[in-house]
Design a protein around this ligand. Structure first.
Ligand code: SAM
Length: 283
């Protein structure tokens, strides 16, 4: 990497990291995995040339992907995580006392193993929790054959290129709907909307044909460059999206968050006009 790492998500623009030390680099059975140290962001993990997570800003993404659906639901017992090999989502889900079972379906064991070794602050031992079952499988296969029903399903996937591509298809969303409890909610990382607006409109079209409600909420994650990241939201329980911040405040308990709070939760669903206009254009 000759001392620097260039993210190649966009052909004519990107971000560069000075590489202090390469901790791991390998082409696994599914993707190119690299983990390196950078002075600004700490330990950084990338898959197929795209930044996945960094020590310094992971809390923003993992708290917003987890606590918005979990606190909107309020009493999730069974949770499904698709992807999320670094363990950050799993760590946050397990903070909720209502959780009795978490199944994590990750396609690449190497991501789990290497993140436990080189990014231990992400999972913090979460994979050893007795409530957790890890399944090494393609998420689209799992949701279309599992007999388990879930209260919250979180798709913490890579971008819709390579192994992650299937996690943005109607077949995946149909599978999610079949294993989601009636009162449940599904959320997914859905790209940086200024740069990947087509991912928002495509997901909206596919989700709204599967669920009674499809929506988005956002947060700015510094190393997902290009502005706010959109999180897809889909449910058949229309009450969940409008849970009042006072109710969320009662539920938040001692989650020890550094980004999430009930006011941010409610505000995150307020979208910029360009996103609303794009969604309206495909509704
Ligand atoms: N936070 C990151 C982001 O927003 O880009 C995603 C982090 S996480 C590392 C993404 C995970 O999805 C990886 O561990 C990858 O192996 C996994 N993954 C990709 N495609 C998958 C699939 N079809 N089924 C299950 N896991 C998948």
């Amino acid at each position: 990497m000759n001392g620097s790492y260039l993210e190649r998500l966009y052909p004519s623009w990107g971000q560069q990291f000075k590489v202090e030390e390469v901790l791991f680099e390998h082409r696994t059975d599914h993707q190119h995995l690299v983990i390196f140290n950078n002075q600004q962001w700490g330990t950084v993990m990338a898959l197929d040339g795209i930044i996945q997570t960094t020590e310094k800003d992971e809390f923003i993404y993992h708290e917003m992907m987890t606590h918005v659906p979990m606190l909107a639901h309020g009493s999730a017992k069974n949770v499904l995580i698709i992807g999320g090999g670094d363990g950050g989502i799993l760590r946050e889900v397990l903070k909720h006392k209502s959780v009795e079972q978490v199944i994590q379906v990750e396609i690449d064991q190497a991501v789990i193993d290497m993140c436990i070794e080189f990014l231990p602050g992400h999972s913090q031992g979460a994979f050893d929790d007795p409530r957790v079952e890890v399944v090494i499988d393609d998420g689209v296969h799992f949701v279309n054959q599992t007999e388990v029903q879930f209260d919250v399903i979180i798709s913490d996937s890579t971008d819709p290129i390579g192994p992650g591509e299937v996690l943005f298809t109607s077949s995946f969303y149909q599978g999610v709907n079949r294993c989601l409890n009636q009162g449940g909610v599904f959320v997914a990382q859905n790209g940086v909307s200024f740069m990947q607006l087509d991912e928002v409109t495509t997901s909206y079209q596919r989700l709204s044909s599967e669920f009674k409600q499809a929506a988005f909420y956002t947060a700015a994650v510094p190393t997902y460059v290009g502005g706010i990241m959109a999180f897809a939201w889909a449910t058949n329980n229309l009450a969940l999206k409008s849970v009042d911040s006072s109710v969320l405040q009662q539920r938040v308990c001692d989650l020890n968050c550094h980004y999430y709070n009930p006011d941010i939760h409610v505000a995150a669903f307020a979208l910029p006009a360009y996103i609303n206009q794009a969604i309206k254009g495909v509704a």
